[in-house]
Design a protein around this ligand. Structure first.
Ligand code: HEM
Ligand code: HEM
Length: 185
C-alpha cells in the first residue's frame, strides 16, 4: 500500500487530485447527496420490517411524518435534487462556456439545503416518534401536539424554510449564470 502511495506521489497522480474551488463545490453536493440517500435507503429498509410498519400505521398522523414525509424528503430533496444541483453546476459552465455566476451562492445553497433537509428529516422522525408514542398511550394527535408545544411547528417550519431558501438560492444562481457573467453584466 505504502509503495502504491509513494509510486502515485512520484508520478504526480495524488498531486493532480488537488481540485479547483468550482469542482470542490460539486464534490460537496455529490458526497452530501449520497449521504442523504444512505440515510433514506436505510430508513426505507427499516420501515419494511413488520413491527416498524405496524407502528407507523398504528400511530396515524405521527407515523405519517416518518413515512412517507421524512423518507420522501431525505431521498428526493437530499438525495435526488442535491445530485441534480451538483450536476447542473458541472454541466452548465460547459454548455455556456463560462463559470457559474457565484461560488458564494453555490456554497450558501449547499449549506441551506443540507442543514434544511437534515433538520426537516430529523425533526419529522424525532417528533413522529415522540408524538406516536403519546398516541399509543391513548392521546389523540391534537392532545399530543398540545403536549409537545410550539417546538413542533418551530422545528418543522424553520427547517422547511431553510430547504426552500436552499432551492431558491440555487435557482437564482442558475438564472444569473445563464443571463449574467460572473463579476460582469
Ligand atoms: C432501499 C431503498 C428503499 C426502501 C427499502 C424503501 C422503502 C419504502 C417503503 C417501505 C415505503 C412506504 C410505502 C407505504 O407506506 O406504502 C416507501 C415510501 C416512499 N419512498 Fe422509499 N424506499 C427506498 C428508497 C427510496 C428512494 C431512493 C426514494 C426516492 C428517490 C424513495 C421514495 C419514496 C417515496 C416518495 C415514498 C412515499 C410514497 C407515497 O407517497 O406513498 N424511496 N419507501
Ligand atoms: C422547500 C421544499 C419542500 C418543502 C418545505 C416540502 C414540504 C412538504 C409538505 C408539507 C408535504 C405534505 C405533507 C402532508 O401533509 O402529507 C410534502 C409532501 C411531499 N413532498 Fe415535499 N416539500 C418540499 C420539496 C419537495 C421536493 C423538491 C420534492 C421532490 C423532489 C418533494 C416531494 C414530496 C412528496 C413525494 C410528498 C408526498 C409524500 C406523501 O404524502 O406521500 N418535496 N412536502
Amino acid at each position: 500500500m505504502d509503495s502504491l502511495v509513494s509510486a502515485a506521489m512520484s508520478t504526480g497522480t495524488i498531486k493532480d487530485a488537488v481540485i479547483d474551488a468550482d469542482s470542490l463545490i460539486i464534490l460537496k453536493f455529490m458526497v452530501m447527496s449520497v449521504t442523504h440517500l444512505l440515510i433514506g435507503t436505510v430508513q426505507g429498509v427499516i420501515q419494511t420490517f413488520p413491527e416498524f410498519a405496524l407502528w407507523i400505521r398504528a400511530t396515524g398522523p405521527a407515523g405519517h411524518m416518518i413515512d412517507p414525509l421524512a423518507h420522501a424528503h431525505i431521498n428526493l430533496v437530499g438525495g435526488v435534487t442535491m445530485a441534480i444541483m451538483g450536476l447542473f453546476y458541472y454541466v452548465l459552465p460547459k454548455i455556456i462556456k463560462r463559470p457559474i455566476y457565484s461560488r458564494t451562492l453555490s456554497n450558501t445553497s449547499f449549506w441551506f439545503s443540507t442543514i434544511g433537509v437534515l433538520g426537516f428529516f430529523g425533526s419529522l422522525v424525532f417528533l413522529g416518534i415522540i408524538e406516536g408514542n403519546m398516541i399509543l398511550d391513548g392521546m389523540t394527535y391534537l392532545q399530543a401536539l398540545d403536549a409537545v408545544g410550539p417546538i413542533h411547528h418551530i422545528a418543522i417550519i424553520s427547517t422547511a424554510i431553510l430547504m426552500g431558501l436552499g432551492y431558491w438560492i440555487f435557482i437564482s444562481n442558475i438564472f444569473l449564470t445563464v443571463f449574467k457573467r460572473r463579476g460582469g453584466d
